[in-house]
Design a protein around this ligand. Structure first.
Ligand SMILES: NC(=O)c1ccc[n+]([C@@H]2O[C@H](COP(=O)([O-])OP(=O)(O)OC[C@H]3O[C@@H](n4cnc5c(N)ncnc54)[C@H](O)[C@@H]3O)[C@@H](O)[C@H]2O)c1
Length: 370
């Protein structure tokens, strides 16, 4: 079985860093992969060079690389679609204009997915504004279950772990279950305390609420703003937005969602379609929640006790997402944006990936993360 993976924006910075992770087996283990690289016509020439490089890498699992500027070609029977291409924010561009420019793009992506993708396709949206782009695409792709879509908030999740680890002087990977709530934007709420913990030297899980008990001022202030502004800090230092870490987070999110699942007792942050009003958040928007993944599906982890402080933070980011939805709606013209119900996807090539994840796939994954 060959997994057909479509990547939009493949000639961009994130695309270039992501292609080896898709092609080398990092995400899908030993499964054969056929790549469809989607770009605007002006970037097709440079993609031809990237294709040469992919051939020269001799990745054993990469069976074919198709370059196209037609979403119907890229998405035809696709099992996994990663949407990285979009309109960047230009100097002086109002946020509403950015949302509307991307609404046009993601509306046509959604229609193409609806027309030709595998009925079990899994779609990860990376391009900003990621949550609302994802909402627009899934609204247009009414044939595909909403559960098959998510937007990337896992980079923010990893950034949050990094900040806490630095504060506590422990390895980043010992920090678990931080949560990013809401939008992938500066209104997001990075939450260390609701269910975060640290695996100590003896393998014991120590709640971050205990470890940061005397440092709540930091956890409720600088920690939050440092994660919210991390993307900006990278741009200021590098002159370019995060690409290496964004590609890594994209690959890890796909791997955990579709292949390995989350480990027992662990969650990851994923921006998913809220059709259940989880945690009192308005349904009908794509919102980042703590999620568990099993058998190629995500499940919002329910039942966390949120403080009043946290609830207020959720309201702020929810408000921004509702504004973004309204701006997108002006263009799409559906009022209100149709609320879609979740239906379970049926088993096909991607669903079977999760069950086919072998011990050796896991060990490849674990060693490569060290
Ligand atoms: N969700 C996250 O955590 C996260 C993190 C970093 C960046 N991003 C976002 O990811 C996106 C890509 O970032 P980048 O650094 O790779 O940008 P980039 O400008 O280097 O690359 C974007 C690519 O998309 C292509 N593109 C534009 N419109 C397209 C369309 N309609 N169809 C196909 N391709 C199209 C462009 O030609 C370009 O090659 C941006 O929107 C960025 O803001 C998201």
């Amino acid at each position: 079985m060959t997994i057909k993976v479509a990547l939009s924006g493949a000639a961009g910075n994130i695309g270039y860093a992501l292609l080896p992770l898709i092609s080398s087996g990092y995400i899908f283990g030993s499964k054969a992969v056929e790549l469809r690289l989607l770009e605007i016509p002006e970037a097709i020439g440079s993609l031809a060079g990237t294709k040469m490089e992919l051939v020269d890498c001799s990745f054993p699992c990469l069976t074919d690389v198709v370059i196209t500027s037609d979403p119907l070609v890229a998405f035809n029977n696709a099992d996994v679609i990663i949407l990285v291409g979009g309109m960047p924010r230009r100097k002086g561009m109002a946020r509403k204009d950015l949302i509307q420019a991307n609404t046009k793009i993601f509306s046509s992506m959604g229609r193409a997915i609806d027309e030709v993708a595998s009925s079990d396709v899994k779609v990860l949206v990376v391009a900003n504004p990621a949550n609302t782009n994802c909402l627009v695409a899934l609204t247009e792709a009414s044939r595909i279950p909403t559960k098959n879509f998510c937007a990337l908030s896992y980079l923010d999740h990893q950034r949050a772990k990094g900040q806490i680890a630095k504060r506590l002087g422990v390895p980043t990977n010992s920090i678990k279950n931080v949560t990013i709530w809401g939008n992938h934007s500066e209104s997001q709420y990075p939450d260390a305390l609701s269910c975060g913990y640290c695996v100590d030297k003896d393998g014991k899980n120590v709640p971050l609420s205990d470890l940061l008990a005397d440092d709540k001022g930091w956890a409720n202030n600088e920690f939050i703003t440092s994660v919210q502004n991390r993307g900006k800090a990278v741009i200021e230092a590098r002159g370019l937005s995060s690409a290496l870490s964004a590609a890594q987070a994209t690959a890890d999110c796909l791997k955990i969602w579709l292949v390995t699942g989350t480990k027992a007792g662990e969650i990851i942050s994923m921006a998913v379609y809220n059709d259940q009003g989880y945690y009192g958040v308005r349904d009908g928007i794509v919102f980042s929640f703590p999620c568990e993944c099993r058998n190629g599906e995500w499940f919002v982890k329910e039942g966390l006790q949120l403080s009043e402080f946290s609830k207020n933070k959720l309201n702020i980011t929810e408000e921004e997402l509702l504004e973004e939805m309204a701006a997108a709606q002006e263009l799409i013209g559906s009022s209100p944006m149709k609320i879609r119900s979740v239906s379970m996807s049926t088993c096909s090539s991607v669903a079977s990936l999760a069950t086919a994840a072998t011990e050796s796939d896991m060990s490849v994954y674990l060693t490569s993360r060290m």
